[in-house]
Design a protein around this ligand. Structure first.
Ligand code: TXA
Ligand code: MG
Length: 320
């Protein structure tokens, strides 16, 4: 059942080249790609057919790798010591110098991280020598896969390789906790029970019902929105705008312009989206520009998720 070491080496080569590998974990199969490669991460969203960018979990093989990407409070480190490797994901502040793509966290300032307890996942991350972004390896809106066959049925033609590790042990996704300093909040119940965490770690976990609404995983209201005004479907920028262009439109020499994809690839535009939004926002502040205007993005493929994200970012901000 267990693939030979040569398969791990082949899978790691695919990851390094920006490809997609389905890997078993102790919870469910994950659709893995190099978390530090924007285009590879865009491919994940494309393969899942998600109409929006729901942020992804970053999988690491050791604590050192995790701490290069996220800021660990004392509580976070204690939980990692107690439950990693294992079915616990922690949402932590993203380090400003994190190596993982902004698309992984869909522009959020936090990062969901876990260390899977599965030999194949562990070996793959080590062999690839980088953290792996991996959502469950199913099409959006369908149940999570617990065998390699499920993955093949759902995503067969869209992954470069499936590592077969037999049936997953837990069969339920990881438990997600958001860690805010020394507070822990439940974002998603999963393979590790809240009672067990509380008992073994001696901490109280806050639940949505107890302290009012807690931001649900992937809730887009909490996503990064630029401070500058955002104008969508702008065929041409205003004089005092920063322009996020798309395709071959004749604005290539204009100052205060970045092109999401000169060749008109929605995958490339997705890969650049969050980094360019941040850069545009910073330029608007630095140069007192009026707004960020964005060229029309076609609604095909990842364009739908890009447009969803842009529409939310352009919507009036809720009062805190
Ligand atoms: O067991 C698991 O967790 C599996 C295996 C493959 O590791 N992965 C998994 O990933 O279930 P996915 O993408 O299906 O679910 C990840 C959840 C999503 O609900 C997402 O919104 C949430 O994690 N999430 C990711 N990053 C987040 C963040 N920075 N803040 C809040 N929620 C986040
Ligand atoms: Mg899922």
């Amino acid at each position: 059942m267990t693939p030979p070491q040569t398969d791990i080496i082949k899978a790691a080569d695919i990851i390094r080249a920006g490809g997609l590998v389905a890997m078993p974990t102790e919870t469910v199969y994950g659709l893995a790609a190099d978390a530090t490669n924007d285009l590879a991460v865009a491919r994940i969203y494309e393969a899942k057919g998600r109409p929006s960018f729901n942020p992804l979990i970053v999988h690491v093989s050791c604590q050192q790798m995790a701490e290069r990407e996220a800021v660990f409070s004392r509580l976070a480190r204690q939980l990692a010591l107690s439950f990693w490797p294992g079915p616990l994901t922690m949402v932590l502040p993203r380090r400003p110098d994190a190596s993982v793509s902004l698309l992984v966290s869909a522009g959020l300032d936090t990062l969901a991280i876990r260390m899977p307890a599965h030999a194949l996942a562990h070996d793959l991350i080590r062999a690839a020598e980088r953290p792996l972004a991996a959502p469950s390896a199913n099409l959006s809106g369908t149940v999570s896969p617990t065998t390699a066959q499920h993955v093949a049925d759902s995503l067969g033609g869209k992954v470069d390789m499936i590592l077969d590790g037999g049936q997953t042990e837990i069969g339920l996704e990881s438990t997600i906790l958001k860690i805010d300093g020394e507070r822990a909040m439940l974002l998603r119940p999963g393979g590790l029970s809240v009672e067990e965490i509380e008992r073994l770690a001696g901490v109280k976990i806050e639940r949505a019902s107890a302290s009012g609404p807690i931001e649900a995983p992937g809730m887009l209201a909490s996503h990064y929105a630029p401070q500058a005004r955002l104008l969508l479907n702008a065929g041409a920028p205003g004089d005092r705008d920063f322009y996020l262009d798309f395709g071959d439109s004749g604005f290539s020499r204009r100052p205060n312009t970045l092109n999401l994809s000169r060749s008109g690839s929605v995958r490339e535009a997705a890969a650049n989206l969050f980094a360019y939004l941040r850069a545009a926002d910073a330029e608007c502040r630095a140069k007192a520009l009026k707004a960020i205007s964005v060229a029309p993005i076609p609604d095909r493929g990842l364009g739908e998720a890009i447009n969803d994200r842009l529409a939310r970012a352009a919507a009036p901000k809720p009062k805190p």
